[in-house]
Design a protein around this ligand. Structure first.
Ligand code: R5P
Length: 294
């Protein structure tokens, strides 16, 4: 087996290679003067089971083209199988035609990812809501791993579970909040969110969190406004402290400053989107999954 990577996940791929003791094959990407991309794989892939690790965070459209070029380059090298590990999978929140004239972006993007025919697709905490499972999105065999147990273990080790309550900001977060609550032996509360615009949400719910240490749980922070609204509400209800566990910290624009301004304590995320809050690596998760491939 060999591991290779796209430009968005080089460090993570190196961690997975180290963790699983599997050799890494280097890749290079550059842009032509007109904005088109060029990729190159340097290594013999013939007869190998290749794992390509490549997240689609923050510039998904460009990263998708890089992925398509990489898959073509890898397959032309005569590998035996190709597993695409996409730690952060983009476009899944547009999982319905919310207004007339809209595309079903989740399905379109998923179709493009499986278009060059890989043998399997692995992702982490995919935003599955109206599509309940990956098999509703892909024909390709697929696997959705979860970083929530790792995030919960990090929290437990560093902050304990004294007087903790887990809060999920919206209906879809229940799947993740439940896992963390179980790991922390704590109760959980799910709020109700209505999205009013790209940077605007309203949140309501019965937040009985007086004097509690709240652990907010979500899959993605993008503009941060979902968590900003919830943090303000929880602190107004008398929460002692509010920390957040989030798998994919996209943290666009000045979202982190907004979260701190609202009173957020610690933000703990993973390296599916590498950044200063990536305290937890998903490398062991990916490593275990690829070692157990059929
Ligand atoms: C959507 O339901 C997701 O689970 C997140 O809650 C959402 O993407 C967060 O977005 P933002 O940080 O822009 O509020």
């Amino acid at each position: 087996m060999l591991i290779t990577y796209g430009s968005s996940s080089e460090a993570l791929a190196r961690s997975v290679a180290k963790e699983s003791n599997i050799p890494i094959v280097e890749t290079a990407r550059r842009f032509f003067p007109d904005g088109e991309q060029y990729v190159q794989i340097s290594g013999a892939l013939s007869g190998e089971d290749v794992v390509l690790i490549h997240s689609f965070a923050l510039s998904p459209d460009t990263l998708l083209v890089e992925y398509l070029l990489l898959v073509d380059a890898i397959k032309s090298g005569g590998c035996r199988s190709l597993t695409a590990v996409i730690p952060y999978f983009a476009y899944l929140r547009q999982d319905s035609r919310f207004k007339p004239g809209e595309p079903l972006s989740a399905k379109v993007f998923a179709s493009l990812v499986e278009f060059p025919r890989v043998d399997r697709i692995i992702t982490i905490d995919a935003h599955l809501h109206r599509f309940r499972t990956l098999s509703e999105l892909f024909h390709t065999p697929s696997l959705n791993l979860s970083a929530m147990p790792l995030l919960a273990d990090y929290y437990l080790k560093n902050f304990g579970n004294n007087n903790t309550v887990v809060v999920g900001p919206d209906a879809e977060s229940e799947q993740w909040a439940k896992v963390v609550a179980e790991r922390l032996s704590s109760p959980y509360i799910i709020m109700e969110k209505v999205r009013l615009g790209d940077r605007e949400v309203s949140v309501r719910g019965n937040a009985s969190v007086k004097d509690k240490n709240v652990v907010l749980v979500d899959d993605i922070i993008s503009t941060g406004m979902t968590l900003v609204k919830v943090i303000r509400m929880l602190l107004a209800e008398g929460a002692n402290r509010v920390d957040a566990l989030v798998t994919h910290a996209l943290l666009v624009e000045d979202s982190y400053q907004k979260l701190k301004g609202a009173g957020l304590g610690n933000l703990i995320s993973t390296d599916t989107v590498p950044g200063q809050h990536s305290k937890v690596s998903v490398a062991p998760l990916i490593s275990r999954a690829i070692k157990n491939l059929p």
